[in-house]
Design a protein around this ligand. Sequence first.
Ligand code: GUN
Length: 287
Amino acid sequence: MAQVIDGKALAKRVAAELEPRVQRLSGAGAQPGLAVVLVGDNSASAVYVRNKTRACARLGMAHFDHVLPASTRQEALLDLIAQLNADARVHGILVQLPLPPTIDARLVLEAIDPRKDVDGFHPSNVGRLVVGQPRFVPCTPLGVMRMLSETGVALAGARALVIGRSNIVGKPMTLLLLGENCTVTVAHSRTRDLADRVREAEIVVAAVGRPELVRGEWIRPGAVVIDVGMNRVGDRLVGDVEFPGASERARAISPVPGGVGPMTVAMLLSNTVDAAERAARSPRGGQ
Ligand code: GUN
């Protein structure tokens, strides 16, 4: 049976590591602060945002919550971002996605000051990751890397399969694994023979949002499997991997819930503390 990677416990450890840094900053009058913007009434987004703000509060960080109706105009949202960019108490700005279809998400993400872009979605931060000079790295893939490191799996030369090519998870995940010298394959909705790709993989990161798409019997014995999926099926929350079968073959596997989810939040806290420390070092806005 596989080792089950306890994301909740690991997230607690990450938070405990951050605590002295938060205290040091707060003692110097620079309490780390995160602004969280939620537009519309997506119920999953509301849960994620609540988890994020609660985690800030638990760690002694400030949070500034902006909950706006779905009818919010793009200009009003851009004005709010400009205000948050200029607010010295705010070190990180997070606009929860998805945004309502009346708003151009790309414009909004580009309006965030890259030095406050703790989600790592601004093109300048994406570009930095591509060229190997990362500033802020998207929280979910960063959390996955930390989970992989906990398992002790050797990354250099390993065959890694990323299933999903989103800007939030699949693409940055691919770059991070490549940065650790994995041989990375990216699969997506148009990939043929997904089962064969999974069978070859020593590391599988599933992030497609299709309940139990990856069958347990596809998993290579001894593989490490990280499941980023969060799919509601009736009253159950299931991942992209069929857990019971996969956990019989994998060496280590992350559960849903209690796997990647808490790690995403922990990495958001970590990015925000990094942002606050950088701001404290160069208060007039260096790089
Ligand atoms: N929606 C789904 N995941 C994320 C995330 O990591 N950040 C933001 N802002 N929105 C999301």
